[in-house]
Ligand binder design. Structure first.
Ligand SMILES: *Cc1c(COP(=O)(O)O)cnc(C)c1O
Length: 633
């Protein structure tokens, strides 16, 4: 066999396809992160994990790279600036970050900071998010785009924000919101900045499309928009209407969907200008994709366009529509969230153990007087060849079924059944080895790889840390973060800590298709770390506490210009006590009950004093400890 190199690993896991410029593999086989670009300071990921562990944090660990956030903001803005130059566009570009994508304070604070040169604002969809935006945005001129359901408190807070020299725009998501807004702004004597969300006929494509189409939950139809203009004019408030917004969904995989939406929305824009509305902001919403599998295709976990192409299309659509009618160019606002924050976060967990279907690759030799079923299975195993794989597979299956019914009738004892199963799996393994060398795999044998995959038990919860993997079948790039100079000799799937059969990852990225197994390394007695990449968008807040596994430990890493890195915002994940309090258990109540049970046991002589002390200590420590498994040593 040819010598395995890190280049083979790079190709196998596709790191240069999905990793953008941020991730690579060192000659020693470790993943390196260079948040400021290649050659500007790299962080060795396994070393970083070791250092963080020595500081007392644990895996599973979420690592966020501030400089990747900075780089993403600069890249998005750069693409729009280039597009505007090319089309001699006269309006400005303004990024707005939708808080719901990742509301964690360090993330939002840093985005606001890195976004200052581009006047980055925030988009909010609820009262809690509005309160955050109000406190955090202090960039002069930065927008606060207010979406979502709005009660009086929401509207009043948004209006009063103007008195702090903020620029909140209250976007009408539903036609009924208008009267309330007119009434409240009148009472407060504050003229609102108003936006309308258009409900386009153009639809997104992919798994996240529900935000558009004629019956979408949000947005005003064209007739409702026209009525809104009339109503505002009658209140002498038409000048308040300054933003046109649409959002066709998240992770739009096809540029075509963006183009269709842009064409329709820019016609609406021109129509509104015609009606006398002074639209200053054209807000194209989110939906800019992330190429999770690196295939650059119209697949749900990919995208078939670049950020630059997207920016060009947005700018061109507005420029054309406005020029045709001699209208002024509005500022262009994007609400891209996923594209800004996905790359910055990496989840790292360690493998706790590996379960193999057949522990031994070869069955022991045939003994004297073994059951005929076993003899026949052994025969099948011996004879597996390129010529007869399909037949061997069918024979093995049939013999296994036969053996099982003999067992059920009492003609096969327990040890013999164990032997039969072992032989069956050995047959499957041998058949699979042949199948892997075949150009064409018969349908019956296609599931074999999956059937024989090793199960790698990971110290993490899919529901907490990768909820979209479970809920939507979204793919995230996953791979070992070290040992990449070594050939991965196993193929496996991941199972998490929860007692839920859905708590697993068994779909992996591939350039052409979806892979059912991931190439992994055989356990070598040392910790084996897996990284799940591009997890910065939506995963942190959508996560839930299945089996009461809580938030993971988190660190924020910042790379200095000289290439050294600094660890900031070291945040310990939930303790057991904390997650228990979310479901109404309090520490004192629990320890008191256990103490009473221990007293009873002591009185009855069921437990010694030393055992009772150990149990109490363990109980107390566990309450204060991490919800995940702690590695010893
Ligand atoms: C969720 C949302 C976004 C963010 O979408 P991404 O696909 O993450 O860029 C933007 N605008 C609105 C109104 C949203 O609801």
């Amino acid at each position: 066999m040819r010598h395995w190199t890190v280049r083979d690993s790079s190709e196998l896991y596709g790191i240069s396809n999905w990793g953008s410029t941020y991730f690579s593999i060192t000659p020693n086989g470790d993943i390196q992160v260079h948040p400021r670009g290649q050659g500007k300071g790299g962080v060795n990921l396994p070393d970083l994990v070791e250092e963080i562990r020595r500081r007392g944090l644990h895996t599973p660990l979420l690592v966020r790279f501030s400089d990747i956030l900075a780089s993403r903001v600069a890249e998005l803005a750069g693409c729009f600036e280039r597009a505007m130059e090319e089309y001699a566009y006269k309006g400005r570009y303004r990024a707005v970050y939708p808080i719901k994508v990742n509301q964690q304070r360090p993330v939002v604070e840093e985005l606001v900071e890195f976004g200052r040169p581009y006047c980055l604002g925030l988009e909010v969809g609820s009262k809690p998010e509005l309160l955050v935006a109000l406190a955090l945005i202090d960039t002069p001129g930065a927008l606060i785009v207010c979406n979502g359901y709005k009660d009086r408190a929401y509207i009043e807070t948004a209006l009063l924000a103007q008195k702090l020299r903020r620029h909140p725009i209250i976007v009408l998501d539903r036609p009924t919101e208008l009267e309330n807004l007119i009434k409240i702004s009148r009472e407060l004597g504050i003229r609102p900045h108003i936006g309308v969300r258009a409900r386009l006929a153009a639809r997104g494509a992919g798994k996240w499309v529900e935000s558009s189409g004629d019956r979408s939950k949000f947005g005003l139809s064209v007739s409702e928009i026209v009525a809104t203009v009339g109503r505002l004019r009658s209140e002498d408030m038409l000048d308040c209407l300054e933003l046109l917004h649409f959002h066709i969904g998240s992770q739009i995989t096809a540029i075509r969907a963006h183009k269709d939406a842009l064409r329709e929305a820019s016609r609406i824009l021109v129509g509104l200008l015609d009606l006398g509305a002074k639209i200053r902001f054209f807000d194209v919403g989110g939906g800019l994709g992330v190429d999770y599998d690196g295939s650059q295709t119209n697949f749900h976990s990919s995208m078939n366009y670049s950020t630059q192409e997207y920016a060009n299309d947005v700018v061109a659509a507005v420029a054309e529509a406005c020029e045709e009618r001699g209208m002024p160019h509005p500022d262009i606002v994007t609400e891209s969230g996923r594209a800004l924050v996905s790359h910055a976060s990496v989840l790292i967990f360690e493998v706790l153990g590996v379960d193999r279907v057949a522990p031994r690759p070869e069955p022991g030799p045939l003994q004297e007087a073994e059951h005929p079923v076993i003899e026949e299975l052994h025969q099948v195993w011996t004879n597996v060849s390129h010529k007869n794989v399909l037949e061997s597979y069918h024979d093995a299956m049939q013999l296994k079924e036969e053996g099982t019914s003999r067992f059920n009738l009492g003609y096969l004892d327990l040890a013999a059944r164990g032997r039969m199963e072992e032989l069956y799996w050995c047959c499957c393994h041998k058949i699979l080895r042949v199948v892997r060398e075949m150009d064409y795999v018969p349908e019956d044998l296609q599931g074999l790889e999956r059937l024989l995959a090793d199960i790698y038990y990971g110290n993490f919860s899919v529901f907490q840390s990768l909820p979209d993997s479970w809920a939507m079948g979204q793919l995230f790039p996953m791979m070992p973060i070290h040992r990449l100079d070594e050939r991965p000799t196993r193929r496996g799937i991941f199972a998490d800590l929860t007692c839920d059969s859905d708590g697993k990852v068994d779909q992996f990225i591939d350039l052409r298709d979806v892979r059912n197994v991931l190439e992994l390394h055989a356990p070598d007695g040392k910790p084996y770390y897996i990284g799940a990449f591009l997890v910065g968008a939506y995963q942190e807040t959508l996560g839930e506490m299945h089996n009461l596994f809580g938030d993971t430990d988190t660190v924020h890493v910042h790379v200095e210009p000289d290439g050294h890195y600094r660890i900031e915002h070291l945040v310990e994940g939930d303790t057991v006590e904390e997650v228990l309090s979310y479901v109404q258990y309090d520490r004192r109540g629990l320890t008191e009950r256990v103490r009473l049970a221990i007293e009873t046991a002591l009185r009855n002589g069921d437990i010694t004093l030393e055992e009772s002390a150990l149990l109490r200590r363990r109980y107390e420590q566990a309450l204060s400890g991490y919800t995940y498994l702690i590695q010893e040593g």
